[in-house]
Write a protein of this length. Structure first.
Length: 342
């Protein structure tokens, strides 16, 4: 299967929510013999959950005797969060960053405010980071963040207003500039301003930016999730190369049960187990094979060669956590708005 067909963009219509996932088919004794849940996720997880879902279905069938159908919706993390806020009946969300899950309570309570305590590792069953994807032989000789602001370099990155990956990209660039000798917030702002002056188009999500780079031929370098960059290399037959910058950021995609929806639909048990099973060794190996960094130490050691050691800043230590970072950089009138309007 070619990269174009594999990366065909899709988004399940909200009409899925009109189904009755909690009821399913009823067996002879009145117990539901099948159940359906909806996982609303961010852009680059399509392949991961395409492989994980059958594993979970087998596990759930053996455990309960019940068939489970997992519906999948993908898009920019911020847009996905907004869709759930506005009524898309997700049983679980597997989004790009914690803020997009916290935001689910903006309109009405949908998730437990302590959702990060529900599963290990602050409910982040895998991590990632930001790397550079360039064309074969790296014609612009891009080696680090500083090369991205050269006059002849065009950079692709999604819109931070709609994409969680784009927000990680922005913060990684900011951290790099601030960590340079004599670095400061003012110099970091000037650096990211120059960087975004070299962005010809900002797509709504990470996968759309990947398609713009790989299929539309736009840009010289793509700021990409590590897993997305590996997928591009694997599916292109070597048409692209991955560049590891000197400094990046620890990306922690987060998962949560959408409490209000599962209680309404009667799917709490299966939805909770769907996320809990992501921490199993077998699931963690699927995670690693899809180029996400597993949190299980044993599995991480098995795949050590696949994940180079990178100097990574952390959102809490570098920016005071997502609540502060979101307000400062990405809220209306924040730093991003200020630099992108000029």
């Amino acid at each position: 299967m070619g990269i174009k067909s594999l990366w065909q963009v899709f988004l399940l219509a909200p009409v899925l929510a009109a189904c009755s996932p909690g009821s399913g088919k009823v067996g002879a004794e009145g117990a539901a013999s099948s159940v359906s849940i909806l996982n609303v996720s961010y852009d680059p997880t399509r392949e991961l959950y395409l492989e994980y879902n059958p594993l979970f279905q087998k596990y759930w069938r053996e455990k309960t005797g019940q068939e489970v159908t997992v519906q999948q919706s993908n898009g920019g993390s911020g847009k996905q969060s907004l869709a759930v806020m506005n009524g898309l009946k997700a049983d679980v969300v597997t989004l790009a960053l914690a803020h997009d899950i916290d935001a689910l309570n903006k309109i009405k309570p949908l998730v437990n405010p302590k959702w990060q305590q529900a599963f290990p590792d602050n409910s982040a069953p895998y991590t990632s980071t930001v790397v550079f994807l360039v064309r074969k032989r790296n014609p612009k000789n891009i080696r680090d963040w500083g090369d991205l602001v050269k006059d002849d370099v065009a950079v692709l990155t999604p819109n931070p207003k709609t994409s969680g990956g784009a927000r990680w990209n922005f913060l990684a660039a900011w951290a790099y500039a601030k960590h340079q000798p004599g670095g400061s917030d003012a110099k970091a702002e000037e650096f990211v301003r120059k960087l975004y002056q070299r962005v010809p188009v900002m797509d709504a999500g990470a996968r759309a930016s990947t398609i713009s780079f790989t299929q539309r031929g736009l840009g010289d370098v793509l700021l990409a999730w590590e897993n997305e960059a590996h997928l591009a290399v694997r599916q292109s037959g070597g048409a692209y190369e991955i560049i590891i910058p000197s400094l990046s950021i620890l990306c922690e995609p987060s998962v949560a049960v959408v409490d209000a929806n599962v209680d309404e639909k009667g799917t709490r048990e299966v939805a909770s187990e769907y996320l809990r099973h992501l921490y199993s060794e077998e699931a963690q190996r699927i995670i690693a094979k899809n180029f996400y960094r597993p949190v299980n130490k044993k599995v991480r050691a098995e795949f050590a060669d696949a994940f180079p050691v990178i100097s990574l800043v952390k959102i809490d230590e570098e920016f005071g956590g997502w609540e502060k970072a979101q307000q400062r950089f990405f809220a209306d009138g924040g730093v991003f708005d200020r630099i992108y309007k000029h």
